[in-house]
Ligand binder design. Structure first.
Ligand code: NDP
Length: 265
């Protein structure tokens, strides 16, 4: 069997830990694969790049998940719900698109106790892929986004949605999650500080799905003495599912998780 090639596409992509995680697991599970990163500026070029690089599979990160959704020939149920794809596998000349973000996120919040209500900051691809899974799992989900435009599909799906202008920050939510890209490459907060301070004070815990740095949102939550978590566990669990697709279910999830986790140490 010849070496199988994989990559992550994104912009930015330099921060991604996916190459480290997957290469470590390929090596230790003795799978003949190699995983790189590709800075993709124009999402329209995703399919051509995937083919010309000779890839067997890929992960897709911000801001190309919706473009990846459009590029695939076949889609799993989570990708269809989210209209966003974060994992692509090539089989028999067709691109199969999956979304592992929702399931990865759900598992990553199991460490927080007594969470019933969740406020998601942001209405992008990841908010799409997580919100319905969360609701199907019994959580009450509210969406708060900077602009109105992206809220339409959430409203159509029956979610309570707000922009900064019409949001009542005296409301209580058990868990506040930053699912915006604010703080990824800059030092901006995901919402105005007066709104954030109040909802964080009223919350039980705060999570940022950005990983590898302490974002202004997490710094604020820590300064208000809240339990916090970054996006490392979500990265890990969505990565387990992606690795499972890349290797065509050759390994069990616990051994994949063990190797991906060791890559962080
Ligand atoms: P999208 O580009 O699809 O959506 C971005 C969202 O962030 C939009 O709602 C946008 O609001 C909002 N936003 C962007 N900048 C700001 C800002 N300065 N202030 C307030 N809101 C802002 O991104 P994704 O959903 O794909 O990804 C979001 C983040 O999640 C990224 O940082 C990504 O790295 C991270 N991520 C982490 C994962 C993990 O495994 N840990 C997995 C997936 C994603 P508007 O609609 O107004 O433009």
């Amino acid at each position: 069997m010849s070496k199988k090639l994989f990559a992550i596409f994104g912009n930015p992509v330099a921060h991604s830990k996916s190459p480290l995680m997957h290469n470590f697991a390929f090596q230790n599970l003795e799978f003949d694969g190699c995983y790189g990163r590709y800075l993709l500026e124009n999402g329209n070029e995703l399919k051509d790049k995937f083919i010309s690089l000779g890839l067997s599979g890929a992960n897709i990160t911000v801001p190309h998940k919706e473009e990846a959704f459009r590029a695939c020939d076949e889609l799993d149920e989570f990708a269809k719900i989210a209209k966003a794809v974060n994992t692509i596998v090539l089989r028999d000349g067709k691109l199969y698109g999956y979304n592992t973000d929702g399931a990865g996120f759900l598992k990553s919040i199991s460490k927080f106790q007594d969470i019933k209500t969740i406020l998601i900051l942001g209405a992008g691809g990841t908010a799409q892929s997580t919100s319905i899974i969360l609701r199907n799992s019994g959580y009450e989900v509210t969406i708060l986004n900077r602009s109105q435009e992206r809220l339409k599909s959430f409203i159509d799906n029956g979610f309570e949605c707000y922009t900064f202008d019409n949001f009542d920050s005296r409301r209580h939510y058990d868990l506040i999650v930053n699912m915006t890209s604010a703080g990824l490459t800059d030092d901006s907060l995901a919402a105005p500080s007066n709104i954030l301070e109040q909802i964080i004070k009223n919350s039980k815990a705060c999570m940022d799905i950005i990983y590898g740095k302490e974002t202004p949102f997490l710094q604020l939550a820590k300064s208000l003495c809240k339990p916090t978590s970054d996006g490392s566990d979500m990265l890990l669990y969505q990565g387990v599912l992606a690795f499972d697709y890349f290797t065509n279910h050759k390994f069990n999830h616990l051994e994949i998780e063990r190797e991906l986790r060791r890559a962080f140490i």
